[in-house]
Design a protein around this ligand. Structure first.
Ligand SMILES: NC(=O)c1ccc[n+]([C@@H]2O[C@H](COP(=O)([O-])OP(=O)(O)OC[C@H]3O[C@@H](n4cnc5c(N)ncnc54)[C@H](OP(=O)(O)O)[C@@H]3O)[C@@H](O)[C@H]2O)c1
Length: 331
């Protein structure tokens, strides 16, 4: 098969489309013929050596995909840690979900990481509780706290645009940051109420002004470095910062003492870890698929490129030129 190989640690230049042996499914795995695959910021980190748990190169890149089950031709979308940027992947059967009716292969490939991460961020925020029983009434009774004010960093990105769609359903008041007015205008069409261009204004000050000094209840923080402490400064009483990334390349810095005054807290979120929790993933999927059936969720795709242009796809994310999801296709 053809596969996109991380040949050595480095930037997008280390990616090469090469012939590779077909994967052999292990216990709990099955073969999926990949049609499209979603590009995540984590893929750039896996190539540069900054993603925990990634084996040493050479390694097939890519952590989410859509395609067809080799055993029966059923259309599925799935989540993995690597191996998705290839003709075939040996995927974990419990991390495969049917591609929703009417969705393209690219849309299926753009779903798993962004929507599970965004949904679980609302869970860590205490806004939803997927472990509550539904008793047949849809999402309403899993929605345990509302309304909340949520600040979403990188709101125009993959996870960001998913968080806005879910936040709209939950009745959350959303504030979002981005480097570009154009991107922010597009996210407003999805339901973002308050847009903050961090190149033009300090977002801590903007949040203070927009909330009349009250602050937000939650920050979705995936920048790291100084932004973890700045995000704490955006909180009101008992607020939570949900930490799930470090796009700046720096570990989040925070003085724990700064949490005392507001009774604030910082929570970690890592889909790699949570995806091993079958019960949680199943409950999250029940909720997300319910919304999909009601046509409330649809991945936002900013660019679709052939697998041979994977380096350009990585650069879109690294240079902040992406909107929503960047997808690679095998066609
Ligand atoms: N913990 C988890 O389980 C988990 C799961 C998924 C994603 N993540 C993390 O969430 C973050 C977003 O992931 P994603 O795949 O959805 O990417 P993305 O948001 O689609 O792309 C990254 C965006 O981050 C913004 N950004 C701000 N500062 C940046 C910087 N110094 N360098 C590069 N980009 C910067 C840029 O948007 P603007 O130009 O609009 O600012 C850029 O477009 C990443 O940190 C990722 O590692 C974590």
């Amino acid at each position: 098969m053809k596969a996109l190989i991380i040949t050595r640690l480095g930037g997008p230049e280390v990616l090469e489309l090469r012939d590779a042996p077909d994967p052999v499914p292990g216990v709990g795995e099955e073969l999926v013929r990949v049609e499209a695959a979603g590009v995540n910021f984590a893929d750039t980190l896996a190539a540069s050596g900054g993603y925990p748990g990634t084996p040493k190169p050479p390694l097939v890149a890519g952590r989410e995909f859509s395609g067809t089950r080799v055993c029966n031709g059923e259309r599925v979308m799935g989540y993995a840690q690597w191996g998705a940027f290839a003709d075939l992947i040996a995927a974990r059967s419990n991390l495969l979900w049917p591609v929703p009716q009417g969705w393209s292969a690219a849309e299926g490939a753009a779903f798993p990481v962004n929507f599970f991460t965004a949904y679980l961020a609302y869970w860590k925020a205490g806004v939803v509780n997927p472990t509550l029983p539904t008793s047949g009434e849809g999402w309403g009774n899993r929605h345990c706290k509302a309304p909340a004010r949520v600040l979403i960093h990188a709101v125009a990105g993959g996870v960001g645009t998913a968080a806005v769609q879910i936040g709209k359903l939950l009745g959350v008041e959303m504030y979002g940051t981005s480097s570009s007015d154009e991107k922010l205008e597009r996210v407003k069409q999805l339901g973002l109420q308050y847009a903050i261009n961090y190149k033009k204004q300090d977002y801590v000050e903007a949040i203070k002004d927009l909330t009349h000094g009250k602050g937000v209840d939650v920050v979705f923080e995936m920048l790291g470095g100084e932004h973890t402490a700045k995000s704490v400064r955006c909180l009101g009483d008992f607020g939570r910062v949900i930490c799930y990334g470090s796009a700046t390349g720096q570990r989040g810095q925070i003085d724990v003492g700064s949490l005392y005054a507001k009774g604030a807290s910082v929570h970690g979120l890592w889909l790699t870890y949570l995806s091993a929790n079958r019960g949680l993933m199943q409950q999250a999927w029940e909720q997300l698929s319910g919304w999909i059936q009601q046509c409330h969720l649809r991945p936002v795709i900013g660019a679709v490129l052939p697998m041979s242009k994977a380096g350009d796809a990585y650069r879109l994310l690294l240079e902040r030129r992406n909107f929503g999801k960047v997808v690679l296709t095998n066609k």
